[in-house]
Design a protein around this ligand. Structure first.
Ligand SMILES: Nc1ncnc2c1ncn2[C@@H]1O[C@H](COP(=O)(O)OP(=O)(O)OP(=O)(O)O)[C@@H](O)[C@H]1O
Length: 274
């Protein structure tokens, strides 16, 4: 039997951010950012609060227009939102509470005119991928926060995106659920074959998930400070010596940025990080 999850069609797209700057009026949020994301790669954007992570993600999604430079997917410039770039938000309020879980996941395929039988089969496939097939006939408000986030992920994947953009998707979850979701995300990413760009300010989360971690400087005019390749074997153990060493480097990078930002705002002493 052929499955509706077509691995070939769903494989990830390469993305290029080339000299991107984004301003809101006179405020320069990010400036001169260049970053390539390989097809099928899991890239985490990490940085101090307010540095411009969501702004950059929004430019990849096509919701926000770059005021300088270009964002392209497989060589084609991004000029607006597209189903090939799916967005998962921190808040699962994006779900339709009046539709069942299956209907939520089938929403995109339904809008594209897919037959009812195919929609249901596709929705069930993706609900299986996120471990929620048993809950297909329930309504989102009957589910826990972690389960709602899984529905959001399944709904995005059912549109067969080539890139999944995730904006602190587990930020509102309790620590235990968050850990389970990180483990699940690692598996879902590998099985879906999508490129993932994942925004977080949680260093541990980035180490568990990313192939590479791009650390941003503090804004305004934020740019990329460092990019780290995470060579640790998957599934990852946050307590391994390699993970602990990387955690320290990242903490130092971000600590420096936070202190710089506070100094610029006149809120910190001039002491330097060692
Ligand atoms: N639509 C907008 N209009 C004006 N300023 C904006 C707009 N969107 C974002 N900004 C500003 O751009 C900067 C970057 O915001 P952004 O939300 O991208 O940061 P972030 O790194 O995602 O923050 P956090 O980690 O707190 O979510 C902030 O100073 C923010 O106030």
């Amino acid at each position: 039997m052929t499955t509706e999850i077509d691995r070939e069609a769903a494989r990830g797209a390469a993305t290029r951010i080339d000299g991107v700057g984004i301003s809101f009026g006179a405020y320069r949020a990010v400036e001169d950012i260049s970053l390539d994301v390989a097809a099928g790669e899991f890239l985490c954007l990490l940085g101090p609060s307010g540095c411009g992570k969501s702004t950059l993600l929004s430019a990849l999604a096509g919701f926000t227009r770059a005021t300088a430079g270009t964002v392209s997917v497989d060589g084609r410039p991004v000029s607006g939102p597209s189903p090939e770039r799916g967005m998962v938000f921190q808040n699962s309020d994006a779900l339709f509470d009046w539709l069942t879980v299956r209907q939520n996941v089938a929403f995109g395929p339904r809008m594209r005119g897919m037959s009812r039988a195919k929609q249901a089969a596709l929705a069930d496939e993706y609900l299986g991928l996120v471990g929620l097939r048993k809950f297909a006939d329930t309504f989102p408000d009957q589910l826990s926060g972690g389960m709602r986030q899984r529905v959001q992920i399944a709904r995005v994947l059912a549109n067969r995106p080539r890139i999944v953009l995730m904006d602190e998707p587990f930020g509102a979850l309790d620590a235990q659920t968050r850990q389970v979701m990180q483990e699940e995300m690692d598996r879902i990413w590998r099985e879906s074959g999508c490129t993932v760009v994942f925004v977080t300010h949680d260093i541990g989360e980035a180490i568990i998930l990313a192939d590479r971690i791009a650390v941003m400087t503090a804004g305004p005019a934020a740019s990329i400070k460092n990019v780290y390749e995470v060579k640790l074997p998957r599934p990852r153990d946050e307590t391994s010596p390699g993970a602990i060493a990387l955690h320290q480097k990242l903490r130092q990078d971000i600590g420096q940025e936070v202190r710089t930002a506070l100094r610029e705002q006149g809120l910190a002493s001039g002491e330097e990080d060692g």
